[in-house]
Design a protein around this ligand. Structure first.
Ligand code: PEP
Ligand code: MN
Length: 344
């Protein structure tokens, strides 16, 4: 339930509403906004006496949030949430940041070279997995904490903030120390204990859509993170399983406007995992920006044929540079912009 208060309601009036909600045994979340002040009520089991709150000074109306995902929904918050992962790098506003880099951190030379290429082409942040969720236990599993150290070296070298995946609570705690944004991968989208753990860490989270997850499933997973008090969540469309072996996954472009209609959280697109094929990445990245994606996550490797994971879907450096130029054009055409890289 959401208590909507008069724009410019006094702090005392807001505090009174919070006090009454707390007294009733529920958690109150005051949300000052540009258009309205609202106080969200969670833990509402349907037996709340709305009349008592409605009668309080400055209360305009009560909205019953109909969706099972409450704090994530548009009903709860109408304005877009802007998630800032580092100074000058924000998702959900006019800008469309580009997060690029290899699937995995493989060596110091590889990740530093990748970061330099990303930066030179105008990318906004660096991606690279240190803990890798591989389908086979015999495939390269990532460099672990050493990979995180190398990412930090690459950030020092280029100024690019780091996005990297956590597979468990311990990894998430480490990543919160080393990186700027914690990625939760498709395979862990419904790992609810991990979602709760990253919610508690209070760091920006990039939550990827599960391999066979509906949009509602994705939003409910995000709700776990918001329910822990962390609203810094970026959603990511990365394709879903399909019957057609022609592509690795079926990239769901509809997810972008759908999420925008259902939620205030930003949604970015990953056309690399979304297609699995290098030559499909650029057209789908362009389409995603045109569809309103709040950012792009893309795999680029200095030498894709030597990649230890996902080489077939990793762009060559020159393809990445061409993509950046094209994405700037697409963003401009719809009144948005690709931000330049943050200061080194
Ligand atoms: C990745 O980003 O490298 C990754 C493993 O993606 P996903 O979780 O979407 O498969
Ligand atoms: Mn990958």
């Amino acid at each position: 339930m959401l208590v909507v208060m008069r724009h410019g309601a006094s702090a005392a009036d807001v505090e009174r509403v919070v006090a009454i909600i707390t007294e009733m045994g529920y958690a109150a979340h005051p949300m000052p906004g540009a258009q309205r002040t609202a106080v969200g009520i969670v833990g509402n089991d349907g037996r709340i006496d709305a009349g008592r709150i409605e009668a309080l000074p400055s209360v305009v109306r009560i909205i019953h949030v109909t969706q099972p995902y409450k704090q994530v929904s548009r009903e709860w918050r109408d304005e877009p949430t802007i998630v800032t992962i580092a100074p000058g790098v924000s998702f959900g506003g006019i800008e469309v940041p580009i997060v690029a880099g290899p699937c995995s951190v493989e060596s110091e030379a590889q990740i530093i070279r990748a970061a330099q290429i990303v930066r030179a082409a105008g990318g906004t942040a660096l991606r690279g997995g240190a803990f890798k969720p591989r389908s086979s236990p015999y495939s390269f599993q990532g460099l672990g904490i050493e990979g995180l150290r190398l990412l930090v070296r690459a950030r020092e070298e280029t100024g690019l903030p780091i996005v990297t995946e956590a597979m468990d609570d311990e990894g998430a705690r480490l990543i919160a120390e080393y990186a700027d944004c914690i990625q939760i991968g498709a395979r862990n989208m419904q790992n609810y204990s991990l979602l709760k753990a990253v919610g508690k860490l209070g760091r920006p989270v990039l939550l990827k859509r599960g391999l066979a997850a509906t949009i509602a499933d994705l939003l409910l997973s995000a709700e776990y993170i918001l329910a822990e008090g962390n609203s810094q969540v970026i959603l990511c469309e990365r394709g879903v399983r399909t019957f057609d072996p022609a592509v690795r996954n079926m990239f769901d472009l509809t997810a972008i406007p759908l999420v925008h209609s259902m939620s205030h959280l930003p949604i970015i697109a990953d056309p690399s995992h979304g297609t699995g094929l290098r030559d499909m990445v650029t057209p789908m990245a362009r389409a995603a920006v045109a569809a309103g994606a709040d950012g792009i996550l893309v795999e680029m490797h200095p030498e894709p044929e030597r990649a230890l994971s996902d080489g077939a879907q990793s762009l060559y450096p020159d393809q990445f540079k061409a993509l950046m130029d094209e994405l700037r054009g697409v963003a401009t055409a719809i009144g948005r912009s690709v931000p330049s890289a943050p200061q080194a």
